[in-house]
Design a protein around this ligand. Structure first.
Ligand SMILES: [Zn+2]
Length: 210
């Protein structure tokens, strides 16, 4: 049975599939299959970039659904896709860290899309989430607006130890983002987590641009 608020929200704004707009659910059955039947996609660890696993390549239904999380803050969609992503995470992790947004951008947007996904993965796998182990120290220009070559320079040194950095010391950390493009943001986060004493850093995302 739905909680009263979800029931009321359902009357005011019925759930629509984030990929095809069909009425009835966050992600309909066929779009849910379309989002998960090309994966998992993995990227090997390379020159500082952590091994990364994703639900699938960025495109089609998955890309449309991810945009609803990133630009619309659709927690219900994050929950559905995050649950599917959790099914691909076969390795153990001690703690989950979503890629932090700069506080100024968080205030402007009202949510961190990576944290919405991380919440869903953490709840499915029963792994604690830690949002203050590392923090953004530079308000970098949004990666999606930059040419490829500028992206790595944009995020270099963008993260530093947060007030709860000790929570990752000696631990296996799963870093979560919504979409991985060049991997430079994940790499920069991994650098910072290793500097905080993390034993190992692994990445996961809903989609990888390939
Ligand atoms: Zn659909």
């Amino acid at each position: 049975m739905l909680a009263p608020f979800a029931w009321i929200a359902g009357i005011v704004a019925p759930l629509r599939c984030a990929a095809c707009d069909a009425l009835g659910s966050s992600l309909c059955e066929s779009c849910s299959a379309a989002c998960s039947n090309h994966g998992p996609v993995t990227r090997a660890a390379k020159s500082g970039a952590p091994f990364t696993v994703a639900l699938g390549p960025f495109g089609g239904a998955l890309a449309r659904a991810v945009r609803h999380i990133k630009f619309g803050g659709r927690r219900d969609v994050a929950r559905t896709l995050g649950g599917l992503l959790a099914g691909y995470i076969a390795f153990g992790a001690d703690v989950i860290v979503p890629i932090p947004l700069h506080p100024a951008r968080l205030r402007e947007r009202g949510f961190n899309q990576a944290a919405l996904v991380a919440d869903a993965v953490a709840a499915t796998l029963g792994i604690p989430i830690e949002t203050e182990a590392i923090q953004r120290i530079n308000a970098t220009a949004p990666q999606s607006r930059l040419p490829l070559a500028a992206r790595r320079a944009n995020v270099r040194g963008a993260f530093g130890a947060g007030p709860r950095a000790s929570e990752v010391f000696g631990r296996r950390v799963l870093v979560i983002d919504d979409v991985v493009t060049t991997g430079s943001t994940l790499t920069s986060c991994a650098d910072s987590l290793y500097a905080c004493g993390a034993e190992e850093v692994i990445g996961a995302a809903l989609a990888i641009r390939i």
